[in-house]
Ligand binder design. Sequence first.
Ligand code: SAM
Ligand code: DTB
Ligand code: SF4
Length: 329
Amino acid sequence: MNAIPQAATLDAERPVSAGKARWTIAEVEALYQLPLMDLIFRAQQVHREKFDANEIQRSTLLSVKTGGCSEDCGYCSQSARYSTGTEREAMLPLDEVLAAAQAAKDKGASRFCMGAAWRGPKDKDLAQVTEMIRAVKDIGLQTCVTLGMLKEGQAQELKEAGLDYYNHNLDTDASFYGQVISTHKHADRIDTLGQVRQAGIKVCSGGIIGMGESRRNRAALIVQLANLEPPPESVPINNLVPIPGTPLADSEPIDSFEFVRTIAAARITMPDSFVRLSAGRQAMSDELQALCFLAGANSIFYGDRLLTTGNPEADRDEALFARLGLRPI
Ligand code: SAM
Ligand code: DTB
Ligand code: SF4
């Protein structure tokens, strides 16, 4: 028998402050160290207990307010601090947002995610976004927004508009965060997630892999997500899309199997969550994507754009689903 670590084992690394912590960094590092076949087998077992392994959820993204962001996130095309070629644009008008949402629905997406390049929304911005949420819900799509850090009361306003999910990624391990972003803190992200939870909105939170972080950093990010109480309902795992002009433009690409291991670690530690194979799919082969699904990813961004970069065409995804016998949900 092999010694595949179980969630219940305790060890000295478990943070004392987190009374209900379910996973330690050492336990998640041990998952990463498993032979890939054992890791994927374990991920499949966990996945099949909670999900139909042949079903994939599809969300379509739209950038409703692009560029000109005050923050200095080292990976982002939309920071005003870097010359990336992405210019500041005005907020999209409601009719354009609705047309994109309808097109996403017609293509088969079940959720529509609207992103804004803000540190956080101003109250007048939020009023426009809540109007968009109401209108998108009316056409029968689940809604998600990603607007940055929220102030007291803003999550409640979003909830009242009928918002289903709020996306706010931890992005990377708390101990690596300062090397990528200096204008806000990992603790600020946790604070916003708490406000979203308290307002009764579902949480979408994940991170980016391939920013020069260590395996221990990756394991720590997974632990920080898995130990949220409860874990996020949706966990996007992004492979860094290197953006010319940003500090991370020349990052060494992550080894594909290390990326697959990260998906598997997310699946095993967050058995009830949808794990989304997120940014970076355009550069992946069909075979690598299939391996990610085998490792427990059961959601994708669907449609030919992410926020400012490309994503596989819907037709390519349809063909891949057909080849793999995957069904959309
Ligand atoms: N401004 C808000 C925020 O930071 O939460 C919302 C938009 S921000 C672009 C949403 C997420 O996109 C980031 O948290 C990050 O995970 C992801 N992202 C941005 N640029 C990326 C890139 N080049 N590669 C991979 N993921 C990226
Ligand atoms: C997430 O985790 N990834 C999406 C969404 N949430 C907002 C964004 C990916 C952005 C990739 C780079 C771009 O298109 O600008
Ligand atoms: Fe701004 Fe979000 Fe990009 Fe950071 S990730 S620069 S907060 S848009």
